[in-house]
Design a protein around this ligand. Structure first.
Ligand SMILES: NC(=O)c1ccc[n+]([C@@H]2O[C@H](COP(=O)([O-])OP(=O)(O)OC[C@H]3O[C@@H](n4cnc5c(N)ncnc54)[C@H](O)[C@@H]3O)[C@@H](O)[C@H]2O)c1
Length: 345
C-alpha cells in the first residue's frame, strides 16, 4: 500500500475522490445499497458529472461468490474499463475482500483503493492485501494477495454502523491489545462504554491508528502469511471452527471473542499466562455484549479446526499468551487441552 489517509471531514473525502477521478480514466465504486443509503454518501459528497460509476454488491456473503464475480466482470466490460480504471471498495470486509479480488483479476490486475466503513474493516480486513471470494461454502477459498494503492480511514462512516458490528470490530482491536499492547488493552477495559458511545472520538481514532500500525508492521514482515503474520490469528483458529460449525450464523467477531477466551484458558493452563491476568481478561470479556451462554460441541469444533489453513504437518498452531501484550506460537497443545478450553468458553 502506498498511503494510508485518516480523514475527519467530508470535504477531505470529496477532494480525495475528485483527485482519483482526474487521475484515472474512470472510477468504479464497489459498495452496498445499505451503506450508500445509511451513510447518505451521495448527498454528502458531489459525484455528479464525474467519470464515476457504482457497482452495487449484495448485502451478504453471497457477494463474495463466483456469480457476483462474473457479474462484476460484465459490468467492467460494459463500462469500457481499461488498465487505467480505478476500483474503489467502499464497505466492510465483504466489499473490500471482493473488490480487491476483482481488481486483482480484471486485465491481470488494475489499481484499487479501499475505504473501509466498518470498524473491523478499518482495523483488519482492509489492511494487508488479502482479497477473496468464497467457494463451496468455504470462506475465502479463492483469492489473491494484492495491496491497494491507498486506504482511507474515515471514522464518520462508523456513526451509522449497528452496535453489533461495532462489537464485532472490537474483537480484532482487543486481539491486538492482548498480543501486542497491554496499555491499549487496559485503556479499552477502563473506557469501553465511552469508546463504543462515540466512534468518532480522538481516543477511538488513536486506537484505530494503533491497530492499523500493528497490522501494517506485521504484514511488511510477512506479506504472504507464512510466518509471523500467524500471530494475528490469536483467537482465530478455534474461532474459525466455531464460525464454520455455526454455518456462519455466528459472526466472525463473536467467534473471535469465543476463540480468544479459549486461547487465554489454554495459555493459563500451560502455566504461561498468570491466573491473575487470566481473570483480569476474562472479567472484561464477560461484559462484552455477546451471547456467552452458547454451549459448544468440543468434538465437532476440534474436528473442524483440522480444516483450518493454519494447520501445518498435521499440527495445530495456536497463538497463546505469555502475559497480556506478549504472545507466542505453539504446536504442542494436546487435543484434550484444546477440547477442555472449548468446553470452558
Ligand atoms: N481480508 C482480510 O484480511 C479480512 C480480515 C477479516 C475479515 N475479512 C472478511 O470481512 C468480512 C466481514 O467484514 P465486516 O465485519 O467488515 O462486515 P461486513 O462487510 O459483512 O458488513 C457488515 C454489515 O454492515 C453493513 N455496513 C458496513 N458499513 C456500514 C456503515 N458504515 N453503516 C451502516 N452499515 C454498514 C454492511 O452492509 C453489512 O450489512 C468477511 O467476509 C471476512 O471474511 C477479511
Amino acid at each position: 500500500m502506498r498511503t494510508i489517509n485518516y480523514f475527519r471531514e467530508y470535504h477531505e473525502l470529496q477532494k480525495f475522490i475528485d483527485d482519483c477521478s482526474k487521475l484515472y480514466s474512470n472510477v468504479i465504486i464497489f459498495s452496498q445499497l445499505n451503506i450508500l443509503n445509511k451513510s447518505k454518501l451521495e448527498a454528502k459528497i458531489n459525484l455528479d458529472g464525474k467519470n464515476i460509476d457504482f457497482f452495487v454488491c449484495d448485502d451478504s456473503e453471497d457477494s463474495k461468490s463466483l456469480r457476483s464475480f462474473e457479474k462484476s466482470m460484465n459490468f467492467l466490460i460494459n463500462h469500457k474499463c481499461d488498465r487505467n480504471t480505478l476500483i474503489i471498495g467502499l464497505g466492510g470486509g465483504i466489499v473490500t475482500d471482493f473488490s480487491g479480488f476483482v481488481s486483482s483479476c480484471y486485465m491481470r490486475g488494475i489499481k484499487h483503493i479501499l475505504i473501509p466503513t466498518t470498524l473491523l474493516g478499518m482495523v483488519d480486513a482492509s489492511i494487508g492485501g488479502k482479497t477473496a471470494i468464497n467457494f463451496q461454502n468455504k470462506r475465502n477459498l479463492i483469492g489473491s494477495f494484492k495491496l491497494p494503492e491507498s486506504i482511507v480511514i474515515f471514522p464518520e462512516f462508523l456513526k451509522t454502523l449497528d452496535k453489533k458490528e461495532i462489537i464485532n470490530g472490537f474483537s480484532e482491536i482487543l486481539k491486538y491489545g492482548l498480543i501486542f499492547d497491554k496499555d491499549m488493552f487496559d485503556f479499552i477495559k477502563e473506557n469501553f462504554n465511552n469508546l463504543i458511545a462515540d466512534m468518532t472520538s480522538n481516543d477511538m481514532l488513536k486506537i484505530i491508528k494503533s491497530c492499523v500500525d500493528y497490522k501494517i508492521d506485521i504484514v511488511k514482515k510477512d506479506f504472504k502469511d507464512i510466518g509471523i503474520r500467524n500471530m494475528l490469528n490469536f483467537g482465530h483458529t478455534i474461532g474459525h471452527a466455531i464460525e464454520m460449525n455455526s454455518k456462519y450464523e455466528i459472526s466472525h467477531g463473536e467467534s473471535v471473542f469465543y476463540g480468544m477466551k479459549a486461547a487465554c484458558y489454554i495459555s493459563m493452563k500451560a502455566n504461561k499466562l498468570s491466573k491473575n491476568e487470566y481473570n483480569y481478561i476474562i472479567n472484561f470479556l464477560n461484559i462484552i455484549p455477546i451471547n456467552w451462554d452458547i454451549k459448544f460441541d468440543d468434538e465437532k469444533i476440534y474436528s473442524l479446526m483440522n480444516y483450518d489453513k493454519k494447520i501445518k504437518n498435521g499440527k495445530i498452531n495456536l497463538i497463546l499468551l505469555d502475559s497480556i501484550g506478549v504472545s507466542y506460537i505453539s504446536d504442542a497443545i494436546s487435543e484434550e487441552s484444546i477440547k477442555e478450553s472449548i468446553r470452558n468458553i
